[in-house]
Each structure stands twice: as C-alpha cells, then as structure tokens.
Design a protein around this ligand. Structure first.
Ligand SMILES: Cc1ncc(C[n+]2csc(CCOP(=O)(O)OP(=O)(O)O)c2C)c(N)n1
Length: 181
C-alpha cells in the first residue's frame, strides 16, 4: 500500500478482507468493520464527508457491496471527493465458505458508473491497480476500483486481536490527533 499516506484512512469490510489487512499491514489509521457486513460503505461515506481533506480507502467485498447496493447511489449523489471505493470481487462470500454471490451476473462497476461515481474502472493485475490508484489520488472522487480476484484463503490467518471498542477508539484517536483532514 505504498500509495497510502500516514494521514490516509483505510477502512475494511467484515470478514477475511479485514483479517488480511490486519495480518499484512495493521496501522493506526485502519478501521476493521467487525460483524456488520454491508455497512462499511455508508460508514465511510459519513467519515469522508466529516473529514473532507483526508483520503478514505474503502475496502469492500462484492457480497457486502451488493447487499447494500443503494449506498452506491448515495455515495454518487453525495460526491465525496476523498472517497476511493475498492471492491475486491471474488464472486463469493469467501469469509463464510465461498458460497457464490451474484456478482458474476450483476456488474458492480456498471452500477457505480450509472449511479454517477466520478470514475469507475475494473482491474485484474497489481500493475493496473497501482496505475489506477495513482490516478484516483490526483483526481476528485468518488472513485470505484473493482478488482477481479480469486478465492485464495491464507491458511491459519489470525483473527483481529483488537476488540470492537479498541478498533473504534484507536481509529477515533487517529482521526482526532492526525489533523491532516
Ligand atoms: C448482516 C450479515 N450477514 C451475514 C454475515 C456473515 N458474513 C460475514 S462476512 C460474509 C461474507 C462477505 O462476503 P464479501 O463481502 O463478498 O467478502 P469476502 O468474504 O468474499 O471477502 C458473511 C456472509 C454478517 N456478518 N452480517
């Protein structure tokens, strides 16, 4: 995540996406959404509106994004310039056993685009992702980057060791102490 500055916030959806973020790159500016599948993007929208100078990287799953699809329309209508919606689309609910979602037939990127996101792209490689992230950092959002990924669980990945209250408190301190936004 070399494009993420210390002052940027990274928030992640329920399940393995949060556990993988915690495992690979825990940091004060991360917020892990425990339990509340589907509610990350609305949470991120509120935060992005409250902290307009800070970038918000919102790491969503296809299952979570589709579960609460109206939020995409709301994000587009509210136009948070600092909102980068990254949807990791593995066409499954990987966290609960990889049951298929409907994202193979419902194009999430097209929904974001039709709703009115400032930009929407679909990427399939790390190189493409790096290019698109750089673009999103210099242009006003909201942006949607849909990443087509496979199902590739990390064996014995640890659970997040913070309690929900600890996650809330340290993220709140990060937002308050770090006044870049
Ligand atoms: C309202 C609600 N329904 C179901 C769950 C159980 N659950 C947690 S994560 C998850 C799968 C999320 O799928 P997706 O967003 O596609 O992410 P992935 O697991 O594929 O990384 C489910 C069904 C939950 N926590 N909350």
């Amino acid at each position: 995540m070399s494009c993420v500055k210390e002052t940027d916030a990274v928030i992640s959806t329920t399940g393995m996406i949060s556990r993988e973020l915690f495992y690979h790159q825990d940091r004060l500016g991360n917020f892990y959404m425990i339990g509340s599948m589907g509610l990350l993007s609305s949470f991120g929208l509120g935060l992005a509106k409250l902290h307009p100078l800070r970038k918000f990287f919102v790491l969503d799953g296809d299952g979570s994004a589709l579960m609460i699809m109206g939020t995409m329309a709301l994000i587009a209508a509210e136009k948070p310039k600092n909102f980068i919606h990254i949807v990791l689309d593995n066409e499954s609910y990987e966290s609960t056993g990889a049951q298929p979602t409907i994202s193979s037939s419902v194009p999430i990127g097209a929904i974001a685009e039709a709703s009115g996101y400032a930009s929407t792209v679909s990427v399939k490689s790390c190189t493409e992702l790096a290019i698109e992230l750089e673009r999103c950092l210099v242009k006003d959002g909201p942006h949607c980057i849909l990443i087509k990924v496979g199902i590739d669980p990390i064996p014995n990945i640890p659970r997040i060791t913070y309690s929900p209250n600890e996650i809330r408190d340290r993220f709140r301190s990060f937002l308050m102490e770090n006044t870049d936004g």
